[in-house]
Design a protein around this ligand. Structure first.
Ligand code: KG4
Ligand code: ZN
Length: 336
């Protein structure tokens, strides 16, 4: 079964063709970073307009690169939430139209669940249930137990900022470009992670909090500026990153230990972080669990993960959502 996936929930327009949830035939992404950069973050109206412009050319190139035509497509999948309302509407309207035009079923996909399926796409024969999922993106930070396809128990979440949001906000206050995650990751390579003792917010429960860490960086920057000192950007990046990743690891590893978990799946944009990836690899050897992290191109937003997720959804419950699919700007995994 070949599924054409469409993703437009935030600032990436993407189209992909995936066979049976596991073989990527083509995956096209048009990032809007250049358009939003001058504003320091995503401007919703601009995002919608960019999606409108990008979708049609991407549909054409996805089919062309896969060597397929619309008649080869068996279903259309689209992200219906969570995300920016206007941006979601562009993707859902295009998908609905396309589904009618070629007379194929329409499958609505939760973007967060899509991120989780990036690992099923990459490691289809290795992942087993129950599985611990660490979902770390620009808008979400969650620990979940996955008991089967589409079955989630939320074990913990963030009380304030998502971890990707913290990376983006800290980058902004350091005068670095949007999105901040990859830039901080890169600059931290040449910095000292112990230069500034930023707080590790270790709430006793499984919830996260990153706003205190962000404020600590802000106060440190203000103090340095008041003293007319040049900002040691690399050291600030390394120290912030180290504190943020320590917090993630502490809670995740504690759960693995107490629940005797054998497999961990890490997904979402921040799973591209090099420190997180290397520390998890080391921990998995020391604590004897398996860790799955998508290849870098599947960590951040893409449509291949949406098409893959739709395939698993269709296997479980083949429901054509034409005429029924609504956009859901807020769409927690607990409501799936
Ligand atoms: O999953 P994603 O593409 O979009 C959302 O669903 O939110 O994640 C984007 C987030 C941004 O906050 C970006 O700064 C962060 O992922 N990110 C990273 C890295 N690459 C992307 N954060 C830390 N290190 C990275 N290498
Ligand atoms: Zn995402």
């Amino acid at each position: 079964m070949i599924i054409l996936g469409i993703e437009s929930s935030c600032d990436e327009t993407a189209v992909a063709l995936v066979e049976n949830g596991r073989r990527i035939l083509s995956s096209e992404i048009r990032s809007q970073i250049e358009e939003h950069k001058i504003y320091g973050g995503v401007v919703p109206e601009l995002a919608s307009r960019c999606h409108v412009e990008a979708l049609h050319p991407l549909l054409n190139s996805a089919l062309e690169n896969a060597g397929l035509s619309y008649t080869d497509v068996d279903a259309i999948a689209v992200t219906c939430g969570p995300g920016l309302q206007g941006a979601l509407l562009v993707g859902v309207t295009a998908a609905e139209t396309l589904a009618w035009l070629i007379d194929r079923p329409l499958i609505g996909v939760n973007h967060l669940e899509g991120h989780i399926y990036a690992n099923f796409l990459s490691f289809p024969d290795q992942i087993e249930f129950p599985l611990l999922v660490l979902l770390v993106s620009g808008g979400h930070t969650q620990l979940l137990q996955m008991d089967g396809h589409g079955m989630y128990q939320v074990l913990g979440g963030t009380r304030d900022d998502a971890i990707g949001e913290a990376f983006d906000k800290v980058a902004r206050l350091l005068g670095l470009p949007y999105p901040g995650g990859p830039v901080i990751d890169q600059l931290a390579q040449s910095g000292n992670p112990e230069a500034f003792p930023f707080p590790r917010s270790m709430l006793q429960e499984q919830d996260f909090s990153f706003s205190g860490l962000k404020t600590a960086v802000l106060y440190t920057v203000r103090k340095l500026e008041q003293n007319k000192q040049e900002l040691p950007i690399a050291d600030l990046c390394a120290s912030f990153q180290s504190a943020a990743i320590d917090t993630l690891l502490e809670k995740t590893l504690r759960l693995i230990e107490t629940k005797n978990i054998k497999q961990l799946s890490v997904t979402g944009g921040v799973s591209a972080n090099s420190l997180l990836r290397s520390r998890l690899k080391t921990a998995s050897q020391a604590q004897n669990f398996q860790v799955f992290m998508p290849p870098l191109q599947l960590c951040t937003d893409n449509a291949a993960m949406i098409a893959a997720c739709a395939w698993y959804q269709w296997q479980k419950k083949p429901e054509d959502m034409r005429f029924k699919l609504q956009t859901r700007p807020r769409y927690p995994l607990s409501q799936i």
